[in-house]
Design a protein around this ligand. Structure first.
Ligand SMILES: NC(=O)c1ccc[n+]([C@@H]2O[C@H](COP(=O)([O-])OP(=O)(O)OC[C@H]3O[C@@H](n4cnc5c(N)ncnc54)[C@H](O)[C@@H]3O)[C@@H](O)[C@H]2O)c1
Ligand SMILES: O=C(O)C1=N[C@H](C(=O)O)CCC1
Length: 267
């Protein structure tokens, strides 16, 4: 397999640090540089926790990084505003983005899709890299053909910035694609405490739980006459996301189009 040269944005973060381990441990991947918001000009080996990783420069300016470093793929694990800027800039420099950062708007996704079409370049946006989570979303889409009343409960660690999670939004979008819009609950339902029924997406309700101790969990509840069905996925650590990151990096090199969701590239 040809070597794939990779830049990681957000290397000191919970996901970014795991991605650094993945890339440096994979024979056909090369960590070409990292993008951080500090430590410009230093080497990654100068940063606590990364002493064993040699020859990886740190940049704070993506343009300078892309001008000086030869790269094939940018993995972004930062924040939505930064991630969007990174993805657009990477495409400008013919570098393929693999974005795990969540919180992108529909407009963000449409803009990236347009750039990919124009540049004929691959880009993968994956709200969840865990294969089990992708299956949970696909199984939920299947169940929604038969069960039309649905509540999504996503549960994450309390340092998460965005709510609802990217996974919950993607799940609701996938269900919406096969289910007719339905107003759920009693027609005269009234919240006596604002937010009690959660957020609404196409009639479905999404509830976001944030607690220390959690990593990433979601259950999708389906109700019908005299029965319920619950589909649940749990990530207990961030290594659970890494096989999906690896597949996304390998696949983005073979595709010349925009992909939103890992379910579109898994066999
Ligand atoms: N797709 C998935 O499977 C998946 C899984 C987990 C988390 N996420 C998402 O990934 C993102 C990161 O999550 P996390 O838990 O690692 O967060 P985190 O806060 O631990 O890490 C984010 C990192 O981004 C860095 N950063 C901020 N601005 C930057 C800039 N301008 N340039 C470079 N780096 C910058 C921060 O210093 C931080 O280290 C979030 O959007 C989260 O929702 C996605
Ligand atoms: O820890 C996070 O933050 C996660 N974010 C993603 C989401 O928003 O769906 C995936 C799971 C972990």
């Amino acid at each position: 397999m040809n070597e794939i040269k990779i830049i990681i944005a957000g290397p000191r973060g919970r996901m970014g640090s795991e991605a650094v381990q993945l890339v440096t441990a994979t024979a056909h991947f090369k960590l070409a540089a990292v993008l951080d918001h500090k430590n410009d000009g230093m080497m990654l080996s100068d940063v606590a926790g990364f002493q064993s990783i040699s020859n990886v420069p740190i940049y704070t300016d993506i343009e300078k990084c892309l001008q000086e470093v030869e790269a094939d793929v940018l993995i972004d694990l930062t924040t939505p505003e930064v991630g969007m800027y990174h993805a657009k800039t990477a495409l400008e420099y013919n570098v393929r983005p693999v974005v795990g950062t969540t919180g992108f708007t529909k407009e963000n996704l449409a803009e990236l899709e347009d750039i990919c079409r124009e540049k004929e370049l691959g880009c993968i946006i994956a709200p969840n890299f865990a294969i089990g989570a992708v299956l949970m979303m696909k199984f939920s889409q299947l169940a929604a053909k038969y069960f039309h009343d649905i509540e999504i409960i996503e549960m994450h660690h309390d340092q998460k910035l965005d709510a609802p999670s990217g996974t919950a939004v993607k799940t609701a979008e996938m269900i919406s694609a096969v289910r007719e819009t339905k107003k759920q609950g009693h027609a005269n339902e009234k919240e006596t405490l604002k937010g009690a029924r959660g957020a609404e997406y196409d009639g479905m309700h999404i509830h976001s739980v944030r607690l220390p101790g959690l990593i990433a969990h979601q259950q999708v509840l389906f109700g019908s006459d005299g029965q319920t069905l619950t589909i649940r996925h749990d990530s207990y650590n961030r290594a659970s996301f890494m096989s999906g990151v690896k597949v996304a990096v390998e696949t983005v090199m073979k595709h010349n189009n925009f992909v939103y969701g890992l379910e579109n590239i898994l066999d």
